[in-house]
Design a protein around this ligand. Structure first.
Ligand code: ADP
Length: 612
């Protein structure tokens, strides 16, 4: 027997309709790419998004066509999203931090018809234009006055929507219609597209609105620092209008000072970003004796949150941290570390240990932990295995069936993460499956060691990788980037780890490096580090193969010049630093530093690496 309730397709246009109807005057504030702060409302965004829909139709965009955005978080970007999705076209978010050749691959694979772009990215598009012939129109998210001639034939967004009518019907199609497309960063193989449906986005929005998940409310002011091009800004461009929260969009300025300014001037109560952004904010606040007078809660995910960040926010600024885990394939929120009743009854310090875990599953996410033979593993908080997920906003297959069948017989998707689950259902990531260090048949969690090492007062960043070892297969190597002006020794770091990790997890060596490369989504790029360290010989490995003296005296570890990037042109570097751009600059420094670090260099040469 079928139920007799209304058939009301779960399409995302209804979210903005709702915001217009019931929170129409609520503000959306953006730091525009042109510079000034721009204020608008949900009602105005709704009207302009409708104009976007008509403009796209006039450009020949039909339902199912892919329309890309290469843009920062701004009100215009939100208009473009809803304008695209409302007519059944597919909004494909492009990550500008990818290398040009990856962007070309992704744009062609997705068969994008139109690209909305911020002024910032015109040089990138001008450089690759010949290689993306399927793109028929470029729309610059600005006005005629700023258009310039970098991308001949590009259309000015403001002119385009001014000329379009706001009279268009949204929705009216099946809720399983594709709404969004986002490619994973492709750390293994080519990037793969995750194709969200209206239904999956709508359900993800409902779930993340829950008090134990993001828990934002109409009274909140929300600053999504996490970019809309990185896993949909964790759904905030849907959930904020859904609840009627004020939205503050940071544009391209994601450094500590700019984020702090917006937090304070706009009265932000809730924000979300990856740990590196918060690290920069805390450093800025400490250096300037800044305060956070309105911020109550931050959600941190994308990579594991270091304890020092949770304590810093709590003890110095009275801000509560919610640690969350997810991936492009889970829309993206998968778990969040909000306490259940038993944990809430514990003292603060015990609760903090649960906050550092990635947390528990909300309704709509099923989790399981299995070994390599697919056998279920116990939820004892210490046995680690492969983490698998299922649910209505978890990927079923990749776009164009890349990778074939990606679900197991029970319909679960293998996240590629290695994790534990405890008796409270709290999941803790111990590693990416490909980063886990296999030593003597046992697994060592690289993340656990690097998180502890990153908590050393002298450390700015730490990374641990497995390095080949003739006896144990692999042994851990700890790389440390010290804070400016600090000096340290291998012994100091090994002592710091003592008692905090099992003895056999102790890194075989510590190397001090000028920089630790981050990938396109601000995470430590282990693949690149492994690649650069592939000739590195551990002192212990040298000893165990004999000829200790000769091998131990092998050249200092070298860090190789970064791969060529089209982003190394002037325009890219002129941007206000965001974590990754800072990285681009430091990579060039590493490149020049690497020359100093030739084997002939004197022992005290200041190069990218110093060995204690
Ligand atoms: P990528 O950054 O590779 O494009 P995602 O943004 O989808 O892809 O990243 C998903 C991965 O990021 C997860 O599978 C997990 O390994 C890692 N991750 C996300 N959140 C956390 C977290 N809170 N702690 C540890 N790792 C995390």
């Amino acid at each position: 027997m079928q139920g007799l309730m209304q058939d009301w397709p779960l399409t995302v246009d209804k979210i903005l309709d709702h915001a217009k109807a019931w929170h129409g005057g609520r503000e959306v504030v953006s730091r525009s790419v042109e510079g000034p702060i721009v204020r608008t409302t949900y009602a105005a965004i709704h009207e302009r998004a409708k104009r976007v829909s008509n403009a796209l139709k006039a450009l020949g965009v039909a339902p199912g066509d892919r329309v890309a955005t290469l843009a920062w978080n701004t009100g215009r970007h939100i208009e473009a999203w809803y304008g695209i999705m409302g007519i059944g076209a597919v909004c494909h978010t492009l990550n500008p931090r990818l290398f040009a050749e990856q962007l070309v691959y992704i744009i062609n694979h997705a068969d994008d018809r139109v690209i909305f772009t911020d002024l910032t990215f015109l040089p990138i598009l001008a450089a690759i234009r010949d290689q993306i012939p399927g793109v028929k129109h470029f729309v610059v998210l600005s006005d005629e006055a700023h258009l310039g001639d970098q991308l001949p034939g590009a259309l000015a967004y403001e002119t385009l929507i001014e000329q379009a009518s706001a009279d268009v019907a949204w929705g009216g199609f099946d809720e399983n219609t594709a709404a969004g497309l986002c490619y994973t960063s492709g750390t293994t193989g080519n990037p793969k597209g995750v194709l969200y449906s209206h239904r999956s986005n709508f359900l993800h929005t409902l779930v993340t609105m829950g008090g134990d998940v993001l828990g934002i409310r109409a009274t909140d002011t929300v600053l999504p620092v996490v970019p809309m091009f990185h896993a949909n800004a964790w759904g905030l461009a849907f959930s904020a209008p859904a609840v009627g929260a004020k939205l503050v969009m940071p544009g391209q300025k994601l450094d500590g000072a700019s984020v702090h300014e917006l937090l304070e001037t706009e009265g932000v109560t809730f924000s979300a970003a990856v740990p590196t952004v918060w690290q920069m904010l805390l450093q800025h606040l400490r250096a300037t004796k800044g305060q956070l007078t309105t911020l109550k809660r931050v959600v941190i995910g994308g990579s594991a949150v270091p304890e020092s960040i949770v304590r810093g926010f709590r003890d110095e600024f009275g801000v509560d941290v919610t640690h969350a885990w997810g991936m492009t394939e889970t829309s993206p929120l998968g778990t969040q570390a909000t306490p259940n009743a038993a944990i809430a009854a514990m003292d603060d310090e015990t609760q903090l240990q649960f906050k550092l875990k990635q947390g528990r599953a909300p309704l709509g996410i099923e989790l399981k932990l299995v070994d390599d033979a697919e056998k279920d593993l116990p939820h004892d908080g210490s046995t680690f295995g492969r983490l698998k997920v299922a649910g209505p906003f978890v990927v079923g297959q990749y776009f164009k069936s890349e990778g074939g069948n990606i679900l197991d017989d029970a319909g679960f998707f293998d996240t590629g993460d290695v994790a534990t689950l405890d008796e409270h259902g709290f999941m803790q990531i111990t590693d990416r499956a490909k980063d886990v260090i296999k030593s003597g048949g046992e697994w060592i969690s690289s993340i656990e060691i690097e998180n502890i090492a990153a908590g050393h007062p002298k450390a700015e960043l730490a990374a641990v990788i497995g390095v080949a070892h003739p006896k144990w297969d692999e042994r851990p190597l700890l790389l440390v980037k010290l804070k400016a002006g600090e000096t340290s020794t291998k012994e100091e770091f090994l002592q710091f780890l003592e008692g905090k990790i099992a003895k056999w997890w102790t890194p075989d060596d510590v190397a001090f490096v000028e920089d630790i490369p981050l990938g396109a989504t601000g995470k430590i790029d282990k693949k690149l580090i492994r690649d650069r360290m592939k000739d590195y010989v551990l002192p212990t490995a040298a000893a165990s193969v004999g000829g200790a003296v000769a091998l131990a005296a092998s050249p200092e570890p070298k860090i190789y010049a970064p791969e060529h990037s089209d982003h190394d042109d002037g325009a890219w570097l002129e941007w206000t630093p965001s974590p990754h751009q800072t990285l681009d600059r430091t990579q060039s420094q590493v490149q020049s530093g690497a020359k100093l670090q030739s084997p002939e260099a004197p022992a005290d040469a200041v190069g990218p690496f110093r060995r204690s």
